[in-house]
Design a protein around this ligand. Structure first.
Ligand SMILES: Nc1ncnc2c1ncn2[C@@H]1O[C@H](COP(=O)(O)OP(=O)(O)OP(=O)(O)O)[C@@H](O)[C@H]1O
Length: 308
């Protein structure tokens, strides 16, 4: 069985603002196992940042516990050895240093010997395709390279848990693909990843599980595929290469298909094979089952909450 890397139980945090208490996080529990990517989603102000700061040991919860690889980051500094974080873009980098210096500096800061820091830096530069740029100032690198370097720096001490905030925001298509691939590899080698993003298609592609937070609480937590299945319809759409002849159209309508130009809509799944029989041997361009995406699901759930 996969080992649990991150465990958070019943976290709470309120802020005082203008004489009023704001319950930013109310009873949040989360866990992530090794090799697992949890997408941690929610609208602005839901309490994600506050939760992540409590997980990372940056702010003390009013109540609740955090364990990273079994250790409490609020009481045992060793817990931070198991944690790597890329929070708020690439602000974990020094812009006036080059990639090699950044990696070595943060490696030593996290407790590696200079020798080990250098070895690990070189390996990460190779792995992240940054060898040629190792002596260029960070501020001169492309946004994609800076982001890759930020992830490499977070991995310098080989942490089991990686907190990743908006890893693909502002990146071009190619850089996005390469960061996505890296995230998959980093999880596959046994790490647990907490991914926060407002780019829901990225969350859908990368996550094994989704937790959606709203108004300080987690409103859904489920495997991504299961959530999508649950919200997907059972209807089919068939797209044909050419328009239908009159006779076929009539017979298909009699079965219950809805015809619109080259497209047939089958409201019930059991219509699929009788319809395909009737269409045979006409060329089919596309056959699609109604599939929800994370964006629709997210909006639906968050709006439902608002109305209750
Ligand atoms: N230091 C603070 N003092 C007072 N209130 C705060 C503080 N930090 C956050 N809050 C409030 O707590 C609530 C949750 O904020 P938080 O930043 O955790 O949300 P978020 O889900 O991360 O949102 P975003 O996606 O916009 O970053 C908000 O109502 C916010 O205004």
């Amino acid at each position: 069985m996969a080992m649990t890397v991150l465990e958070a139980h019943h976290l709470r945090k309120s802020y005082w603002s203008q004489g009023k208490s704001i319950a930013a996080v109310q009873n949040v529990s989360l866990s992530i196992a090794e090799q697992e990517v949890l997408a941690f989603l929610g609208p602005n102000g839901a309490g994600k940042t506050t939760t992540i700061k409590m997980l990372a040991g940056l702010i003390l919860p009013d109540a609740g516990q955090v364990r990273i690889a079994g250790r409490d980051p609020h009481h045992d500094p060793k817990a931070l050895r198991s944690l790597g974080a890329v929070l708020e873009g690439n602000r974990n980098l020094y812009w006036r240093l080059n990639p090699l210096e950044n990696l070595e500096y943060f490696g030593v800061l996290r407790g590696l010997s200079p020798k080990i820091a250098r070895q690990r830096s070189q390996r990460l530069l190779e792995r992240f395709g940054l060898v040629e740029k190792r002596r260029s100032l960070v501020q001169t690198l492309s946004r994609g390279m800076q982001q890759k370097l930020a992830i490499a720096v977070a991995l310098i001490h080989d942490p089991q848990l990686l907190l990743l905030d908006e890893p693909t925001l502002g990146l071009d298509v190619e850089a996005t693909e390469s960061v996505k691939q890296l995230v998959r590899e980093i999880a596959a080698e046994g790490r647990a990843i907490l991914l926060t993003t407002h780019q829901l298609h990225i969350a859908e592609e990368l996550s094994d599980r989704v937790a959606i937070m709203n108004q300080g609480k987690i409103i859904v937590e489920e495997p991504t595929a299961q959530l999508i299945r649950q919200f997907s319809g059972t209807a089919y759409t068939v797209e044909l290469e050419q328009a239908l002849d009159l006779e076929r159209s009539q017979r298909l309508r009699a079965l219950g298909a809805v015809i619109h130009h080259h497209r047939l809509y089958l409201p019930k799944p059991e219509l699929l094979y009788p319809v395909l029989d009737l269409l045979n041997p006409l060329p089919i361009v596309r056959l699609e089952k109604d599939q929800a995406n994370l964006t629709d699901i997210f909006l639906k759930l968050v709006r439902e909450e608002k109305n209750t």
